[in-house]
Structures are given as C-alpha cells and as structure tokens.
Design a protein around this ligand. Structure first.
Ligand code: GUN
Length: 294
C-alpha cells in the first residue's frame, strides 16, 4: 500500500485565495485593510527566509505588510518600545515576533508585551489560556495548519486516537488543545516518553514535531494512519548535497500510512496561510466586524 500524499502547497494556496477574497471584501465594504507587522531580530538565515515569504504572501493576499528588522544586539527596552508602538498603530492588526530570539533577550517578556488582540501567533498567555479553556482565541498558526490538513483527509476527528510527539509552546501544546476541541483522544509524547513506538502504534493520527530528522519509522505506524510531519531538518548527504527532511522517514512510512504530508510542501506552506487567516480575523475583531468566512 502507498499513502495518499497530502498536498499542503495546494491546500495553502486555496486558503490564501479565500483570505484574499475576504480581505478584498473588508476593504470594499468597510475601508479596512488588514495589516501585519513582522519583527525580525538578528540575521538568522532561516528566519530571514521565513520573514521574506511572509512579507510577499501578505501583500499578495491584499493586506498591508510592515517589516521591522532589528540588530541581534538590540536592547530589550528598545524591542519593547517597538512593540508598544505597534500595539498603538491603527494600521497594524497583527504582530509577529519571529522566534527564536537571540539569547540576550527575554522571550517571555517580549511575548507578554504584545496586545493579545493583535497576537496572530497565539502565544500570549491570554490566548494560550483561552485556547486551553476551550474558548475562542487566536491560535498558533502551525497547529491550525495541521488541523486543516488532517481535515482534508477526515471530515471529523471525533473519537480518533491522536499522538502529538513534541511539547513546544509553538506547536505541541497548542496542537493538543486544538485536537481536544475536535473531540480527538490525545496523547502527548516527548523526549522523556517511554515506549514511543508502542504509543504511536495505536494512533489513527500521528503528529511529529520534535525536530529530529526521520525519527518516526514505519514500524511505529498503524497501517492506514494519517501522518502529519511538522519537522524541517537540513540533512547533508554523503556527496555533500543538502536536502530538507521531516521528523518522519517518508520513504518508509509512506508505505504503511494511509495519508502523509511531504517535507517540503506539507505543513510548511500552511503556517503562513494560517498567519494570514489570523491577521484577517484579528483585523475584523478589532474593527468590530463579524467573524470573516475563513
Ligand atoms: N519560528 C518558526 N515558526 C514560527 C512561528 O510560527 N512564529 C514565530 N513567531 N516564529 C517562528
């Protein structure tokens, strides 16, 4: 058996097109142009690539994009002052501070300084707490994308056994909460979990978000399971050629799974698409408009 490949690139493009439609409607009917501010501190090459793609796709969706690049040695107070300005700026409806921040900065204090209404990353304790309590909240983009990809395979996740491998604030923990809201039965595993293979083997839905190249093997996977690979790892082959791989051994697992996301072209494109969704939702809520249809 060979798994169905979940085409994240196509699903993300469709989602962005729906966001662009709704953003156009907001502009025509209400004079509202949703605006996203992205803050990049330092010159990490991977972060620069992400930020550039966010900038381009935000503009393509008909929204305003504001980029703020600060040096790696910026003072904490200066970064907090920028966030305070963005909190007050009526053209800005979403604020994203690209992570990870340089070690000299206090990430928690920076996240806490963002106005929760503009927190399109869903990382502020106000939003994380609301999500954990099952209330409406801005939710982190990558987990939102994982749920949309899963629903492209299964109309309902109710009663399914899901395992999330990884417990980060950006992915694992919010994904656990979103799956609970979908009435899945959720196990969350991590680096200290025992018998990971056994835990995985009973899962209908497997989410790998640990950052370890090709860690999930085919003998962990229940035949027919849906596998969502959140990992992006750079591997250098024996001949010196670099390639991107996920946390799942794709060649092996795609022989056993029912459906699987590729890397690249799976979860990755969904993250930015969901960021645009969150920016549209935040702008509508701030302007007192009804929840957009996307
Ligand atoms: N770095 C990698 N992914 C993300 C993300 O979704 N949000 C932020 N802020 N930083 C990231």
């Amino acid at each position: 058996m060979t798994a169905r490949i979940i085409d994240g690139k196509r699903i993300a493009a469709e989602l962005r097109a729906r966001v662009a439609d709704e953003a156009g409607r907001a502009r025509r009917d209400h004079g509202l142009t949703p605006g996203l501010a992205v803050v990049l501190v330092g010159d990490d090459p991977a972060s620069q690539v992400y930020v550039r793609s966010k900038h381009r796709l935000t503009q393509e969706a008909g929204m305003a994009s504001f980029e703020h690049v600060l040096p790696a040695d910026v003072a904490q107070d200066e970064l907090l002052a920028l966030i305070a300005r963005l909190n007050r700026d009526p053209l800005v409806h979403g604020i994203l501070v690209q992570l990870p921040l340089p070690k000299s900065l206090n990430t928690e204090a920076v996240i806490n300084a963002i106005d929760p209404a503009k927190d399109v990353d869903g990382l502020h304790p106000n939003n994380a707490g609301r999500l954990a309590n099952g209330f409406a909240a801005l939710s982190p983009c990558t987990p939102l994308g994982c749920i949309i990809l899963t629903k492209s395979v299964h109309a309902s996740l109710q009663g399914m056994n899901a395992i999330v491998i990884g417990r980060s604030n950006l992915v694992g923990r919010p994904l656990l909460q979103l799956l609970l809201n979908e009435n899945a039965t959720v196990t969350i595993a991590h680096s200290r979990s025992r018998e990971l293979a056994t835990l995985c083997a009973r899962a209908d839905l497997v989410y790998a978000a640990v950052g370890k190249a090709e860690m999930v093997r085919s003998d962990w996977i229940k035949p027919g399971a849906t596998v969502i690979d959140v990992g992006i790892n750079r591997l250098v082959d024996a001949d010196g050629k670099a390639r991107l791989v996920g946390d799942v051994d794709f060649a092996e697992v795609s022989q056993v799974a029912g459906a699987i996301t590729p890397v690249p072209g799976g979860v990755g494109p969904m993250t930015v698409a969901c960021l645009l969704v969150n920016t549209l939702r935040a702008a509508s809520a701030i302007a007192g408009l009804p929840k957009p249809a996307v």
